[in-house]
Design a protein. Sequence first.
Length: 397
Amino acid sequence: MTNLNATRSRFDLPEGLVYLDGNSLGPVPCDAAAAVTRAITDEWGELLVRGWNDADWMESSTRIGDRIGRLIGAPEGTVIVGDTLSLKVYQALAAALELRPERNVVVSDSGNFPSDLYMADGLFRTMGSSHELRIVAPDAVSDAIDESVAVVLLTEVDYRTGRRHDMGALTAAAHAAGALTVWDLAHSAGAIEVDLAGCDVDFAVGCTYKYLNGGPGSPGFIFVSEALIDEVRPALSGWLGHETPFAFDLDFRPDPGIGRMRIGTPPVLALAALDVALDAWEGVEMADVQARSIELSERLIAGVEASCPTLDLASPRNPDNRGSQVAFRHPEGYAVMQALIACGVIGDFRAPDLIRFGITPLYLEEADIDRAVEILIEIMASDAWDTPEYRKRKAVT
């Protein structure tokens, strides 16, 4: 069994702070500054342009992609990292649609992250096509999949409540209807067990700055199944996705593998931070992370519900149906969260009324949960949140 107590020491967290927002931005790994400094001084500084060969910069996006792949049940050579999550959504959806030219419907749900829906809408307008984005309630997705559907585009774990889709069942339903799947793993990778190969997923995308702790703005990743990679034509045909980029051919010939989904130059400094962040996952089994997440989540829910009657659980009660986060509803949720933050418990708020807590077992333990519950009880009992200062909205919530 994974010793998760040992992984806590890998992160530099301020003393006395309870950090329950790793589902939005993971904390800095202790070795991140040294890794980025080394990439700047020893590689960029000393090698200059030779770093692309001598420091292996060019291959970093596939090598690190394989490290992420281990955490999401993806075979070696099926994940590449670089660019942003939104670009990876665009790539995956465009590639999937091209594989189903006779169909014009994309099914998604009202719990999907809005950016994914924006990218789908923008892609349709760029194509000048008659494609339809069919948005249904989360529990109605399976019924919405019929023979008109080209792609099922879903985020596995709802960013607000933590509600979790059944990836295996919905992928099977899509395939039974002749459709393809694109799964967004933004709140799954590094949070729960994911088995892309076992679920026969076609495409998946995700980010690395949440549970993977790659740092603000760290790059996204894309997975393409082994069965499809030879067929996929990247809509964003960047020069580094070419079979031989330094031949500088005028015609695009895709890399024979996952490299075809690379668009532009790998973000070397960001990848240096991400690479060292992934060291924390060496020897860690996602089954152990998920089991520990459930223990901590249940502890949080029990503590809050025992003493905070005005907070309503918004997340699924069954832990098997949620990701590694817990949300509660309150009409003044924003002010409640600001009061918590002022007292050293950092979670976040999601409109219209959710206070949200990320459960990240790599660095959280029972004492953190108990401290957060204790402070929340004090705030709710005293109405300490009820001030103009805590109600004043900031740009980022």
